[in-house]
Write a protein that binds this ligand. Structure first.
Ligand SMILES: C[S@@+](CC[C@H](N)C(=O)[O-])C[C@H]1O[C@@H](n2cnc3c(N)ncnc32)[C@H](O)[C@@H]1O
Length: 224
């Protein structure tokens, strides 16, 4: 799967994705990640990507032409949907991640300043995605969250497919309390059932703990 990210800070991506699961997947050729400098798609001496908002107001807005031209230059290499990272977009959850993971690629645009000129969305038939109801200073960290979540669903990226099946929001969610050695630490013991070797009991205990946790979480969400 191919990810193309359009940003004014392309250098932010390599240090994050050179390592870990995604780094290994890139090395193996399972995924490709290209960070494109938005300023390469400007035509003026100052490589200006932003301008004042029509109608007044504070801050600057990302101009439509460089963004649209950047995406057009990527399009021949990536047939996937265009996603604009925006705080008011569709909320990213595991279901959305799963639906994006079956695309051949994603073209992700990172906003800055007061956001992206709205004509970009119209011209590129783009989807807007938010990573949560809070405002960050740019779309780069949200784009990294999206790439990481989607990449780990690409076949082969996570070595043991069972760990995906057991992820917190999968059909058979895990999210149960996990323990490793030592079995006792500062007076805190690992639950006896996990040391019992009785796999049926362990499975039952884990299911019960996971559903308790997920139930609690849903209740908390409903109350807010
Ligand atoms: C400072 S924010 C724009 C804030 C804008 N004034 C607002 O209130 O919605 C600049 C950029 O950061 C990114 N961003 C900030 N928070 C985000 C979030 N929760 N999810 C996705 N992108 C976000 C977007 O790309 C956005 O265009």
């Amino acid at each position: 799967m191919r990810f193309d990210v359009v940003t004014i800070f392309p250098a932010m991506f390599a240090p994050v994705f050179d390592q870990g699961v995604v780094g290994r997947a890139i090395e193996k050729g399972l995924i490709e990640l290209h960070a494109h400098d938005l300023r390469d798609h400007t035509h003026d001496r100052h490589r200006q990507v932003d301008d004042m908002p029509f109608g007044g107001g504070p801050g600057m807005v990302l101009k439509p032409e460089p963004v649209i031209e950047a995406v057009e230059s990527i399009r021949p290499h990536n047939p996937g949907p265009v996603i604009l990272m925006e705080p008011w977009g569709e909320r990213l959850d595991q279901r959305l991640v799963e639906s994006l993971a079956i695309e051949p690629g994603l073209i992700i645009v990172c906003g800055r300043y007061e956001g992206i000129d709205d004509r970009v969305r119209t011209a590129l038939n783009a989807r807007e995605v938010s990573i949560g109801d809070y405002v960050l200073s740019g779309g780069e960290i949200p784009a990294m969250v999206l790439v990481d979540a989607v990449a780990r669903l690409v076949p082969g990226v996570v070595g043991d497919p069972e760990s995906l099946a057991q992820d917190s929001f999968s059909i058979e969610p895990s999210g149960w309390p996990q323990f490793t050695r030592p079995a006792e630490y500062r007076g805190m013991s690992v639950p006896e059932v996990l040391l019992s070797g009785d796999h049926a009991r362990i499975r039952q205990w884990r299911r019960q703990q996971a559903s308790q946790r997920h139930g609690l979480h849903t209740k908390e969400l409903k109350q807010t």
